[in-house]
Design a protein around this ligand. Structure first.
Ligand code: PLP
Length: 228
């Protein structure tokens, strides 16, 4: 199948999952994850109506953003090293993977001279996996409070990537947990913080994520095919 056909199918599955869970299809936004995908194929997806792209590596994203540019919004979804913060604040519309005060302080410092307020999500590591980024559940509210003091960042919600399972039902408890945490942080009413986005769900499990409240799903393989 072509990229346009894959995209149409993913969008239809998103809409169906939303409707099944009494949500409007417009309440779920699709982020096409384009790590290792070349500009030509990204362009095909954008022409077919993909509006948000997610990149994992700053260096790789830089060339693509130069070529594809403002036809789409760009989200950073990878692990961000503090020494790449200065590029990230220039390139991305939203950074989904903030998980420490150290990184937040650096992003804030680099956004200041640009006069930008960078929308960010807080990445959660709900299973405590050492190989993945993300803050612990127990530390998340305190991190949100601290980041809310930084004038050049705005917290817009939460993101997570559960352990890999073949069965989406096994990821579902993590999705549910992220949504509950989002409600808890929203209820804390931290000034300047908006808990509007919940980024969860990938090719293998985005429908379960939507049923549990995802507002952003990050899908690569189901649109672009297997990565090398
Ligand atoms: C690669 C990646 C995705 C997409 O994964 P697929 O299984 O290809 O859909 C989503 N989120 C993050 C953070 C990723 O690194």
């Amino acid at each position: 199948m072509s990229i346009a056909e894959n995209l149409a199918q993913v969008k239809e599955r998103i809409a169906n999952a939303a409707i099944r869970s009494d949500r409007s299809p417009e309440s779920v936004k699709l982020v096409g994850v384009t790590k290792t995908v070349d500009v030509e194929r990204i362009q095909a997806a954008v022409s077919a109506g993909l509006e948000i792209l997610g990149e994992n590596y700053v260096q790789e994203a830089r060339d693509k953003i130069e070529q594809v540019g403002e036809q789409a919004k760009w989200h950073f979804v990878g692990r961000l090293q503090t020494n790449k913060a200065k590029y990230a604040v220039k390139l991305f519309d939203l950074i989904q993977t903030v998980d420490s005060m150290k990184l937040a302080v650096e992003l804030n410092r680099r956004a200041q001279p640009l006069g930008r307020v960078i929308p960010i999500l807080i990445q959660l590591n709900l299973a405590g996996e050492e190989t993945k980024g993300g803050v612990d559940h127990a530390e998340s509210l305190s991190l949100v409070r601290q980041i809310s003091e930084l004038p050049h960042l705005q917290v817009r919600g939460l993101m997570t990537m559960p352990p890999f399972f073949n069965d989406p039902e096994r990821a579902r408890p993590y999705f549910r947990q992220l949504r509950k945490l989002s409600q808890k942080i929203a209820a804390a009413g931290v000034p300047g913080v908006e808990m509007t986005e919940i980024s969860m769900g990938m090719s293998g499990d985005f429908e379960a994520a939507i049923e549990e409240g995802a507002t952003l799903v990050r899908v690569g393989t189901a649109i672009f095919g297997e990565r090398p």
